[in-house]
Design a protein around this ligand. Structure first.
Ligand code: TRP
Length: 308
């Protein structure tokens, strides 16, 4: 058994079954994810973009001239384009992603629309420190960009570790611009992760198809249901796959029993208060200098500077 398969089997053998969200993203999964961000109930993408549009000049002024924009993730979103359009003579744009394929696609689009901005790709797992490339223009400072409230998909301690990596990559005098989803009426959050078109359900269930194909599992995908519920006491959405009946699944030569209604946790999506996020950022060495929110206070974009 490979280490990777052993990790999956261990997760499925725990009292609360769990599989890493990285198995969402095969080709179908990546496509479904793009569809999620365009769903009417999925308020995150539009709200974040609206905040950016509203405050882009102030953001550009805070960031200043000839900055290096280091995006954690392949980039190419509307939000990134908005930033690149408004930044004052950015020195370089550096998208960082584990997938070279996604990076190359993002680079092509960026080069076409911003022919004057140097784009340097970094193929790396951004949860660990990585080396920054050497741009033609020496940047005055580094700005780490992390949109989409992807920080919320990490558990508390991992989120702090990731913020520490960002602190490191920002360097002295650097800053972090980050999208952070906020706690709100649970009905609004539940609707976002249980869209009426069933896209999020397909996205969640696709993980089982992926495991069948890549790891020779024999999940009966029709015997599992999507569940996503916001738990206000935990401040997070828990995404789960619920076994519709008692069944046994085989993977890596192991037989994994499921009781009826037993679940596999596939992802968390944490929602923060402004104070809660500031406290987490502070542990990693950041001070929140500016937090912009939409009128309903559903989402925030936060500018964090290094505090030590
Ligand atoms: N970070 C976003 C969120 O938590 C996007 C996202 C990641 C997502 N994984 C997801 C959305 C799974 C829906 C389902 O909302």
């Amino acid at each position: 058994m490979t280490d990777e398969l052993a990790t999956i089997v261990a997760g499925l053998s725990a009292p609360q079954k769990i599989i890493s969200p990285k198995y969402f993203y095969d080709e179908t999964g990546s496509q479904l994810f793009d569809e999620i961000t365009a769903l009417p109930e999925y308020y995150l993408t539009d709200t974040e973009l609206d905040i950016m549009k509203q405050h882009i000049d102030e953001m550009a002024d805070l960031i200043g001239i000839e900055a290096s924009l280091i995006e954690f993730g392949a980039g190419s979103s509307m939000k990134t384009r908005l930033l690149l359009e408004h930044l004052h003579s950015p020195a370089v744009y550096v998208p960082v992603d584990i997938s070279e394929e996604h990076l190359l696609a993002s680079q092509q689009r960026t080069k076409k629309d911003f022919p004057d901005i140097e784009v340097l790709l970094v193929v790396a797992d951004f949860t660990h420190e990585f080396d920054l490339p050497d741009p033609a223009t020496t940047p005055r400072r580094n700005i780490v960009y992390f949109p989409g409230s992807t920080i919320g998909n990490f558990e508390h301690d991992e989120a702090i570790d990731l913020l520490r990596v960002m602190y490191h990559e920002a360097g002295s005098d650097g800053a972090l611009l980050i999208g952070v989803d906020l706690q709100k009426d649970p009905a609004v959050i539940d609707a976002a992760y249980n869209d009426s078109a069933g896209v999020t359900a397909r996205f969640n269930l696709n993980m089982l198809d992926h495991l069948n194909r890549e790891f020779g599992a024999d999940f009966d995908v029709d015997a599992f249901r999507h569940r996503a519920a916001y738990r206000p006491d935990e401040g997070r959405v828990v995404l789960e796959l619920v076994s519709a009946r008692e069944q046994v699944v085989s993977i890596g030569g192991r037989q994994i029993p499921f009781a009826r209604d037993e679940t596999i946790i596939t992802e968390y999506s944490h929602k923060y208060t402004l104070e809660g996020f500031a406290a987490m950022a502070e542990v990693a060495g950041f001070r929140v200098d500016r937090a912009w929110v939409d009128p309903a206070q559903w989402f925030s974009v936060q500018y964090c500077v290094r505090d030590r």
